[in-house]
Design a binder for this molecule. Structure first.
Ligand code: THU
Length: 157
């Protein structure tokens, strides 16, 4: 049997100034937008905002429901909005924030990773992912597919 390895590189910083001024603004907007999260059941407020190639910022939050499986994550709220309303405009960066005191940034769930990979494949250009913690730590992935190795995609259909 041949052993194969998957290697993923990501970066971590506590310095917002490591990013361009446009991305610093995206980070600020993402953090403040968590106030819009509709999370009365979990009280786990998530916001996700993205920067389009034309400089526009789009925003989303998790939206919960009394019927728990109906809840939608912030990332999928955001990506659905972007794909529906700006189908021709590429996404450059997606920032994700959770308004909770935790030691590390929160990674997106599996459903959201699959959604992120689909939108990245569709636009044929990498999307940078920033995971922002309340304590100021920011983790950066250069592309969505780094978060979902061996992903399922249209090439198998
Ligand atoms: N949630 C997100 O918004 N994104 C994720 O990637 C993980 C979970 C939301 C869904 C639900 O409203 C709450 O967090 C608790 O699971």
């Amino acid at each position: 049997m041949e052993e194969r390895k998957i290697h993923i590189t990501y970066k971590s910083t506590n310095q917002k100034t490591d990013f361009s001024s446009a991305v610093q603004h995206l980070i600020d907007e993402t953090i403040s937008f968590s106030a819009n999260a509709y999370a009365p059941y979990s009280d786990f407020k998530v916001s996700a905002c993205l920067l389009l190639e034309d400089g526009k910022i789009l925003k989303g939050t998790n939206v919960e429901n009394a019927s728990y499986p109906v809840c939608i994550c912030a990332e999928r709220t955001l990506v659905s909005h972007a794909v529906s309303n700006y189908p021709q405009t590429k996404i450059e960066v997606i920032a994700i924030y959770v308004d909770k005191d935790l030691a590390t940034p929160v990674p997106p769930c599996g459903l959201c990773r699959q959604t992120l990979v689909e939108v990245e494949n569709r636009q044929k250009k990498s999307i940078q992912i920033l995971l922002i913690a309340k304590n100021g730590t920011i983790i950066q992935f250069d592309k969505c597919s780094d978060l979902l190795p061996l992903s399922f995609g249209s090439e198998f259909l």
